[in-house]
Write a protein that binds this ligand. Structure first.
Ligand code: SF4
Ligand code: SF4
Length: 218
Protein backbone atom coordinates (compact mmCIF):
# COMPACT_ATOMS: atom_id res chain seq x y z
CA UNK A 1 0.00 0.00 0.00
CA UNK A 2 1.18 3.54 -0.71
CA UNK A 3 0.90 5.65 2.43
CA UNK A 4 -0.23 9.25 2.04
CA UNK A 5 -1.23 12.08 4.33
CA UNK A 6 -3.73 14.76 3.41
CA UNK A 7 -2.40 18.26 2.87
CA UNK A 8 -3.77 21.06 5.01
CA UNK A 9 -6.59 23.00 3.37
CA UNK A 10 -4.48 26.19 3.52
CA UNK A 11 -1.83 24.50 1.37
CA UNK A 12 -4.46 23.26 -1.08
CA UNK A 13 -6.04 26.72 -1.29
CA UNK A 14 -2.65 28.30 -1.93
CA UNK A 15 -2.29 26.22 -5.09
CA UNK A 16 -5.85 27.03 -6.14
CA UNK A 17 -5.67 30.76 -5.44
CA UNK A 18 -6.27 31.81 -9.06
CA UNK A 19 -8.69 29.01 -9.82
CA UNK A 20 -12.45 29.15 -9.36
CA UNK A 21 -13.71 25.80 -10.67
CA UNK A 22 -12.08 22.55 -9.66
CA UNK A 23 -12.70 18.84 -10.18
CA UNK A 24 -11.67 16.44 -7.39
CA UNK A 25 -10.19 12.96 -7.73
CA UNK A 26 -9.93 10.64 -4.72
CA UNK A 27 -8.69 7.08 -4.39
CA UNK A 28 -10.81 4.07 -3.43
CA UNK A 29 -7.84 1.99 -2.34
CA UNK A 30 -4.73 3.18 -0.47
CA UNK A 31 -5.84 6.76 0.23
CA UNK A 32 -9.18 5.47 1.50
CA UNK A 33 -7.35 3.24 3.99
CA UNK A 34 -5.04 6.11 4.97
CA UNK A 35 -8.07 8.41 5.38
CA UNK A 36 -6.39 10.94 3.11
CA UNK A 37 -8.45 10.64 -0.08
CA UNK A 38 -11.47 8.40 0.41
CA UNK A 39 -15.04 9.62 0.03
CA UNK A 40 -15.34 11.27 3.50
CA UNK A 41 -12.11 13.22 2.95
CA UNK A 42 -13.05 14.23 -0.60
CA UNK A 43 -16.45 15.48 0.61
CA UNK A 44 -14.79 17.34 3.50
CA UNK A 45 -12.37 19.10 1.14
CA UNK A 46 -15.22 19.81 -1.28
CA UNK A 47 -17.19 21.53 1.51
CA UNK A 48 -14.14 23.54 2.62
CA UNK A 49 -13.41 24.67 -0.94
CA UNK A 50 -17.03 25.70 -1.42
CA UNK A 51 -16.90 27.67 1.85
CA UNK A 52 -14.02 29.59 0.29
CA UNK A 53 -16.09 30.42 -2.80
CA UNK A 54 -14.73 27.71 -5.10
CA UNK A 55 -17.01 25.74 -7.40
CA UNK A 56 -16.45 21.98 -7.32
CA UNK A 57 -17.67 20.81 -10.72
CA UNK A 58 -17.65 17.16 -9.68
CA UNK A 59 -15.61 14.43 -8.11
CA UNK A 60 -14.68 10.82 -8.71
CA UNK A 61 -13.12 8.16 -6.48
CA UNK A 62 -11.79 5.32 -8.66
CA UNK A 63 -12.11 1.91 -7.01
CA UNK A 64 -9.56 -0.81 -6.40
CA UNK A 65 -7.17 -2.12 -7.55
CA UNK A 66 -5.41 1.18 -8.23
CA UNK A 67 -6.26 4.65 -9.44
CA UNK A 68 -3.68 4.31 -12.23
CA UNK A 69 -5.63 1.39 -13.75
CA UNK A 70 -9.05 3.05 -13.42
CA UNK A 71 -8.45 6.71 -14.08
CA UNK A 72 -8.93 6.74 -17.85
CA UNK A 73 -12.46 5.33 -17.57
CA UNK A 74 -13.21 7.44 -14.46
CA UNK A 75 -12.26 10.67 -16.27
CA UNK A 76 -14.18 9.68 -19.40
CA UNK A 77 -17.33 9.13 -17.31
CA UNK A 78 -16.94 12.63 -15.84
CA UNK A 79 -16.18 14.45 -19.09
CA UNK A 80 -18.95 17.06 -18.56
CA UNK A 81 -17.80 18.03 -15.06
CA UNK A 82 -14.19 18.09 -16.24
CA UNK A 83 -15.08 20.35 -19.14
CA UNK A 84 -16.30 22.97 -16.67
CA UNK A 85 -13.24 22.69 -14.44
CA UNK A 86 -10.15 24.90 -14.56
CA UNK A 87 -8.01 22.49 -12.54
CA UNK A 88 -7.96 19.04 -10.95
CA UNK A 89 -7.11 18.35 -7.32
CA UNK A 90 -5.96 14.75 -6.78
CA UNK A 91 -6.28 13.34 -3.27
CA UNK A 92 -4.10 10.31 -3.87
CA UNK A 93 -0.42 9.36 -4.07
CA UNK A 94 2.05 10.85 -6.54
CA UNK A 95 1.39 7.92 -8.84
CA UNK A 96 -2.30 8.85 -8.85
CA UNK A 97 -1.54 12.51 -9.54
CA UNK A 98 0.68 11.61 -12.50
CA UNK A 99 -1.83 9.05 -13.81
CA UNK A 100 -4.47 11.78 -13.85
CA UNK A 101 -2.04 14.07 -15.69
CA UNK A 102 -1.33 11.39 -18.33
CA UNK A 103 -5.01 10.75 -18.91
CA UNK A 104 -6.42 14.29 -18.80
CA UNK A 105 -7.04 15.20 -22.43
CA UNK A 106 -7.63 18.88 -21.62
CA UNK A 107 -4.21 19.18 -19.98
CA UNK A 108 -5.63 21.09 -17.02
CA UNK A 109 -3.39 22.19 -14.16
CA UNK A 110 -3.20 19.26 -11.72
CA UNK A 111 -2.47 19.68 -8.01
CA UNK A 112 -1.70 17.11 -5.31
CA UNK A 113 -4.05 17.10 -2.32
CA UNK A 114 -1.85 14.62 -0.44
CA UNK A 115 1.79 14.04 0.33
CA UNK A 116 3.13 10.59 -0.53
CA UNK A 117 5.11 9.16 2.39
CA UNK A 118 6.16 5.54 1.84
CA UNK A 119 5.19 2.00 0.94
CA UNK A 120 3.89 0.28 4.00
CA UNK A 121 1.37 -1.84 5.80
CA UNK A 122 -1.18 -1.09 8.49
CA UNK A 123 -1.40 -3.01 11.77
CA UNK A 124 -4.44 -3.75 13.97
CA UNK A 125 -3.96 -0.49 15.85
CA UNK A 126 -4.13 1.56 12.66
CA UNK A 127 -0.42 2.37 12.60
CA UNK A 128 1.22 2.49 9.19
CA UNK A 129 4.75 1.11 9.04
CA UNK A 130 7.28 1.39 6.25
CA UNK A 131 8.37 -2.15 5.40
CA UNK A 132 9.90 -2.11 1.91
CA UNK A 133 11.89 0.47 -0.08
CA UNK A 134 11.54 -1.34 -3.45
CA UNK A 135 15.30 -1.85 -3.72
CA UNK A 136 14.91 -4.16 -6.72
CA UNK A 137 16.94 -7.01 -5.22
CA UNK A 138 15.01 -8.58 -2.33
CA UNK A 139 16.93 -10.31 0.45
CA UNK A 140 14.01 -11.18 2.73
CA UNK A 141 14.75 -14.88 2.14
CA UNK A 142 18.09 -14.35 3.91
CA UNK A 143 16.88 -12.10 6.72
CA UNK A 144 13.94 -13.97 8.19
CA UNK A 145 11.40 -11.87 6.30
CA UNK A 146 12.54 -8.61 7.97
CA UNK A 147 13.89 -5.92 5.64
CA UNK A 148 17.14 -4.33 6.87
CA UNK A 149 17.26 -1.94 3.91
CA UNK A 150 14.11 -0.27 5.24
CA UNK A 151 13.88 -1.14 8.93
CA UNK A 152 17.52 -0.57 9.93
CA UNK A 153 17.99 3.19 10.33
CA UNK A 154 21.26 2.97 8.40
CA UNK A 155 19.99 0.44 5.86
CA UNK A 156 22.84 -1.90 6.79
CA UNK A 157 23.09 -5.22 4.95
CA UNK A 158 25.16 -6.68 7.79
CA UNK A 159 24.42 -5.83 11.38
CA UNK A 160 23.89 -4.89 14.04
CA UNK A 161 26.13 -1.83 14.12
CA UNK A 162 28.17 -0.92 17.18
CA UNK A 163 25.51 1.52 18.38
CA UNK A 164 22.88 -1.12 19.15
CA UNK A 165 22.02 -1.02 22.86
CA UNK A 166 19.96 -3.69 24.60
CA UNK A 167 18.13 -4.51 21.37
CA UNK A 168 17.30 -0.87 20.61
CA UNK A 169 18.51 1.29 17.72
CA UNK A 170 21.05 4.03 18.40
CA UNK A 171 19.31 6.35 15.95
CA UNK A 172 15.90 5.96 17.60
CA UNK A 173 15.94 4.47 21.08
CA UNK A 174 12.22 3.67 20.93
CA UNK A 175 12.78 1.45 17.94
CA UNK A 176 13.89 -2.18 18.01
CA UNK A 177 17.17 -2.75 16.18
CA UNK A 178 16.18 -4.43 12.90
CA UNK A 179 19.25 -6.66 13.05
CA UNK A 180 18.35 -7.93 16.52
CA UNK A 181 14.87 -8.73 15.17
CA UNK A 182 16.51 -10.55 12.26
CA UNK A 183 18.79 -12.48 14.62
CA UNK A 184 15.87 -13.53 16.85
CA UNK A 185 13.78 -14.55 13.86
CA UNK A 186 16.53 -16.62 12.23
CA UNK A 187 17.29 -18.29 15.56
CA UNK A 188 13.62 -19.14 16.07
CA UNK A 189 13.46 -20.68 12.60
CA UNK A 190 16.71 -22.67 13.06
CA UNK A 191 18.45 -20.67 10.33
CA UNK A 192 21.05 -18.80 12.36
CA UNK A 193 23.71 -19.85 9.83
CA UNK A 194 22.28 -17.19 7.52
CA UNK A 195 23.03 -14.50 10.10
CA UNK A 196 26.75 -15.27 10.00
CA UNK A 197 26.86 -15.07 6.21
CA UNK A 198 28.26 -11.71 5.04
CA UNK A 199 25.87 -10.05 2.59
CA UNK A 200 27.69 -8.47 -0.33
CA UNK A 201 26.88 -4.96 -1.45
CA UNK A 202 23.68 -4.62 -3.38
CA UNK A 203 23.63 -3.89 -7.08
CA UNK A 204 22.57 -0.29 -6.98
CA UNK A 205 22.20 -0.36 -10.75
CA UNK A 206 18.90 -2.08 -9.94
CA UNK A 207 17.69 1.04 -8.21
CA UNK A 208 18.37 3.39 -11.11
CA UNK A 209 15.37 5.62 -11.52
CA UNK A 210 12.85 5.67 -13.04
CA UNK A 211 12.37 1.91 -12.71
CA UNK A 212 10.44 0.08 -15.38
CA UNK A 213 9.10 -3.43 -15.88
CA UNK A 214 7.83 -4.72 -19.19
CA UNK A 215 5.84 -7.93 -18.94
CA UNK A 216 6.70 -10.61 -21.47
CA UNK A 217 3.94 -11.32 -23.95
CA UNK A 218 2.48 -14.82 -23.57
S1 SF4 B 1 15.13 -6.18 0.54
FE1 SF4 B 1 13.69 -4.80 1.55
S2 SF4 B 1 13.64 -3.00 0.23
FE2 SF4 B 1 14.51 -4.64 -0.97
S3 SF4 B 1 12.73 -5.50 -2.05
FE3 SF4 B 1 13.07 -6.74 -0.18
S4 SF4 B 1 11.71 -5.82 1.34
FE4 SF4 B 1 11.91 -4.33 -0.31
S1 SF4 C 1 21.19 -0.08 15.93
FE1 SF4 C 1 20.42 -1.65 14.56
S2 SF4 C 1 18.71 -0.70 13.42
FE2 SF4 C 1 19.91 0.94 14.39
S3 SF4 C 1 21.35 1.58 12.83
FE3 SF4 C 1 22.43 0.07 14.08
S4 SF4 C 1 22.03 -1.90 13.03
FE4 SF4 C 1 20.58 -0.44 12.20
Amino acid sequence: MIITSQRKIEEILKNLQNIKKVFLVGCGECSTTCKSGGEPEVLEVKAKLEQQGKIVTGYVIPDAPCISAQIKTALAKNAKALKEAEAILVMACGLGVQSVKSNDRRELPIFPGCDTLFMGAVDNEGTFQELCSACGECILDLTGGICPVTRCSKGLLNGPCGGMNKGKCEVDKDKDCAWVLIYDELKKKGKIGLFNKIQSAKKYSKTTRPKKLVLEKT
